[in-house]
Design a protein around this ligand. Structure first.
Ligand SMILES: NC(=O)c1ccc[n+]([C@@H]2O[C@H](COP(=O)([O-])OP(=O)(O)OC[C@H]3O[C@@H](n4cnc5c(N)ncnc54)[C@H](O)[C@@H]3O)[C@@H](O)[C@H]2O)c1
Length: 366
C-alpha cells in the first residue's frame, strides 16, 4: 500500500549555533542536541577546535569552526548560544544581533554598562530576541518561591537572602588565572538577579561589600577574592544579603529567601535526591556536587524557553506563559550587572557604593 500523503504540522526546528564549547557550553550543547524538542544544534564555534570536534562527533553535529563569525554568516542558523569567556560576551552578542541571529548569552551580558547598552542598541535595531542565562529562575523551587511572592505569601519584603557556595576541596587550582572581580561579575551576579527577581518592582539602590581570599589567601595580593558578603539596599526599603564562597566541601549550594510582613519564602535544594539514610549515627543524605547536577533541569528549561520564545516570534505562535515574569532579558542583565559593578567599587573603597540606575543607550561601536 502506498504511503498516505499527509501535511506535517511539526514545527521547523530552531537551528542553533553554539559559541564556546567548554564546561557550560558542552552542557548547553547536549541540551540543544538531545533534550529540547524544537531546537537543533547545527554548528559549534570554539578556537579550541579539538574539544569542539569531539563534542560535535558525540552529538552528530556536522559543522565545527574556530570562528564565531562563520556561524553569523550561516543563513541556516537562526540563533546562537554564547558560552565563551565573559570578556567576549558583548562583542559576540552585537555581532550576532547584527547578523540577525537571536541570542542566548551566558552571564554576565557584558563587563560594563556601556558595553551592555551597546548590546541593547544592536538587539533593538535588529529586532532579535536576547536572553541571559540566569538559570536559577527556572529551578522548580525558585520558580515556586516567585509564585508565592507574587501571591503575597511573604507580604511586604523586609529581608532577602541569596547565596552561592561553589563546590571545592579547600583549594582553588585556577585562582591564578581567575579574572579579577569574578566573584561579583560571574558568581554573585546570579544572586543579584535572584534578589532582584524576588523583590519585584523594587530597584537595587546601594551595596556595601566585605570580601576576602579565605580559601586561597596567597592570591589576595593579586586581587583574587573567593569569599564575599554583600548588603544590598532596595528602593522599597528592603535589605538584602548576598554571599558567596568558592569552596564548599559538601558540594554546590544555592539558596534564596524572602522574609516579609506576612511570612517567609525559601528556595534551595540541599539534597541530591529525596532519599535519606537513617543509621545509628543519625541522618545522612547525598548533596548535589556540581552545578549541572543541582540545575540539570533548570539549564535545560532556560534553553527550552529561549527556543519557544524565538519560535513563537518566528512562527507567530503564542509566547509561552508560565504565570510569572520569567524570561530574563536585557533589563535584568543590566540591573544585576549594575549591582556587581557597584560591588567592585565598594570592595575597592571599603565604603557603600551607589548602584547605577538604568543606563542610557550609547552608540554601537563599529
Ligand atoms: N549559568 C551558570 O551557572 C554558569 C556556570 C558556569 C559557567 N557559566 C558561564 O559560562 C561561560 C563559560 O564558562 P565555562 O565555565 O564554560 O568556561 P570554560 O573555560 O570551560 O569554557 C570556555 C570556552 O570558550 C572557548 N573560547 C575562548 N574564546 C572564545 C571565543 N572568542 N569564541 C568562542 N569560544 C571561545 C574556550 O576555548 C573554552 O572552550 C562564562 O560566561 C561563565 O560565567 C555559567
Amino acid at each position: 500500500m502506498p504511503y498516505l500523503s499527509v501535511t506535517s504540522t511539526r514545527p521547523v526546528p530552531l537551528r542553533v549555533g553554539l559559541i564556546g564549547a567548554g564546561w557550560m557550553g558542552a552542557y548547553h550543547a547536549r541540551s540543544l542536541a538531545l533534550r529540547i524538542p524544537g531546537a537543533e544544534l547545527a554548528a559549534i564555534a570554539d578556537p579550541a577546535t579539538d574539544a569542539a570536534t569531539a563534542l560535535a562527533a558525540e552529538l552528530g553535529v556536522a559543522k565545527v569552526t574556530a570562528e564565531a563569525a562563520d556561524l553569523f554568516a550561516d543563513p541556516e542558523i537562526g540563533a546562537v548560544v554564547i558560552a565563551g569567556p565573559a570578556r567576549f560576551h558583548a562583542r559576540l552578542s552585537i555581532d550576532a544581533a547584527r547578523a540577525g541571529k537571536h541570542v542566548f548569552c551566558e552571564k554576565p551580558g557584558a563587563l560594563t554598562l556601556d558595553e551592555l547598552a551597546a548590546v541593547e542598541a544592536a538587539v533593538q535595531e535588529a529586532g532579535v530576541h536576547w536572553q541571559i542565562g540566569f538559570n536559577r529562575r527556572y529551578a522548580s523551587d525558585f520558580l515556586a518561591a516567585r509564585r508565592d511572592i507574587d501571591a503575597g505569601v511573604a507580604g511586604t519584603p523586609q529581608l532577602l537572602r541569596s547565596l552561592t557556595r561553589d563546590p571545592g576541596n579547600g583549594s582553588i587550582p585556577h585562582a591564578a588565572r581567575t579574572p579579577q572581580w569574578t566573584i561579583f561579575l560571574e558568581t554573585l551576579i546570579h544572586d543579584f538577579d535572584t534578589l532582584n527577581w524576588f523583590n519585584p518592582g523594587a530597584e537595587p539602590v546601594s551595596v556595601h561589600v566585605t570580601a576576602d581570599a579565605l580559601v586561597e589567601p596567597g592570591f589576595k595580593e593579586q586581587g583574587f577574592l573567593d569569599t564575599a558578603v554583600v548588603a544590598v539596599r532596595y528602593s522599597n526599603g528592603a535589605i538584602a544579603v548576598a554571599e558567596a564562597n568558592f569552596s564548599a566541601l559538601y558540594g554546590y549550594d544555592c539558596r534564596g529567601e524572602v522574609f516579609g510582613s506576612a511570612g517567609m519564602v525559601q528556595a534551595g535544594r540541599a539534597t541530591e535526591t529525596a532519599a535519606r539514610r537513617f543509621t545509628a549515627a543519625g541522618l545522612a543524605a547525598d548533596t548535589p556536587r556540581l552545578n549541572i547536577e543541582l540545575f540539570a533541569e533548570a539549564y535545560t528549561d532556560e534553553l527550552a524557553d529561549f527556543a519557544a520564545v524565538v519560535r513563537a516570534r518566528r512562527d507567530g505562535t503564542a509566547v509561552p506563559d508560565c504565570g510569572v515574569e520569567l524570561t530574563p532579558g536585557l533589563p535584568d542583565a543590566r540591573r544585576a550587572l549594575a549591582v556587581a559593578l557597584a560591588c567592585i567599587e565598594s570592595a575597592q573603597t571599603g565604603a557603600p557604593a551607589a548602584v547605577a540606575a538604568a543606563s542610557p543607550a550609547v552608540e554601537v561601536r563599529a
